[in-house]
Design a binder for this molecule. Structure first.
Ligand code: MG
Length: 300
């Protein structure tokens, strides 16, 4: 694979060595999303159309982690290291307990079923923030076709202690990936409305987080092309590593694109991992890839 690292701004050189090479760790999925890295060195991710979650381990290789998976999509770990998952056909956020049982965290807003939660992050205070577009109920391909009970696609904050679910942003077409800045003063949320709306949004927006619970000051951070930002992660210095159709695009905190890691398949999501947090794991269509960076992960 040639020209994997594209440098567009000299700041890119502090983040990725131009000679770094992408490695394909596993292939055989139909559509990969939602990688999460565990301290044992393994990665768990979703293969949504096949209704399964996969696992890759550096010694034992690839295996099926869970099937059926309720068409799970995005994942993260909570403050206790438990797996928090977005489920399309479960239409819920679930948590996998230490003994392997899967429990519902939240599945309704004011008595109405969620659409199909897509991506999730946990804030340092333990609250769970997630997006709820309609991709998992539009057809039977990645979930179960159904009408939206809520009738719109929102961004939510769930407080597990109070069991309180609130809408934090209600003006998205298709809210998708999300991540906090390292100090949690900012929340980034992508809108992939272009997938079903001609001239629809294909950008990442950023908000100021007030009192740890309210979003204000929405502005467009970056317009992503080709494709859109299905998911992204932010390194410890605040740089945004986002999926796009040509690979991973990297944006500085000021919104300037610094460069790209080109990937030979359409990328959905990525996550930081490795003992030093400087490996980037990339879920891209049929495969899981990794690359070593010169920077490391911040908030997941
Ligand atoms: Mg997504």
């Amino acid at each position: 694979m040639q020209d994997e690292i594209v440098v567009e701004d000299q700041r890119m050189l502090k983040l990725v060595d131009p000679t770094a090479r992408l490695e394909r760790l596993w292939t055989g999925a139909t559509w990969s999303e939602g990688p999460v890295w565990w301290k044992d060195g393994s990665v768990t991710w979703s293969d949504i159309p096949n209704n399964r979650m996969l696992r890759w381990h550096p010694v034992t290789g690839g295996s099926v982690f869970r099937q059926p998976s309720n068409h799970s999509n995005g994942h993260t770990l909570d403050r206790e290291g438990r797996l928090i998952s977005c489920e399309h056909s479960g239409r819920r956020i679930s948590r996998t307990e230490a003994d392997g049982t899967v429990v519902t965290v939240v599945d309704r807003y004011q008595g109405k079923r969620l659409n199909s939660p897509n991506d999730v992050v946990v804030k340092n205070d333990g609250t769970i923030w997630f997006t709820d577009p309609s991709y998992g109920i539009l057809s039977d391909d990645e979930g179960v076709k159904a009408d939206s009970e809520i009738g719109a696609c929102h961004v939510y904050r769930f407080d597990p202690e109070k069991e309180e679910l609130t809408i934090v942003a209600d003006d998205f077409e298709k809210p998708n990936g999300l991540a906090f800045s390292p100090d949690e003063s900012l929340l980034y949320v992508s809108d992939t409305g272009v997938s079903h709306l001609e001239n629809g949004p294909h950008h990442i927006r950023v908000f100021d987080v007030v009192d740890g619970r309210t979003l204000v000051g929405s502005r467009v951070f970056a317009k992503i092309k080709p494709g859109a930002s299905d998911g992204f992660r932010i390194d410890a210095r605040g740089n945004v590593f986002t999926s796009a159709h040509d690979g991973i695009q990297i944006y500085a905190p000021d919104g300037v694109r610094l460069g790209k890691i080109t990937v030979p398949e359409i990328v959905a999501n990525c996550t930081f991992g490795g003992p030093d947090g400087n490996w980037l794991f990339i879920a891209a269509s049929t495969s899981l890839y990794s690359i070593v960076l010169k920077t490391s992960g911040g908030k997941i």
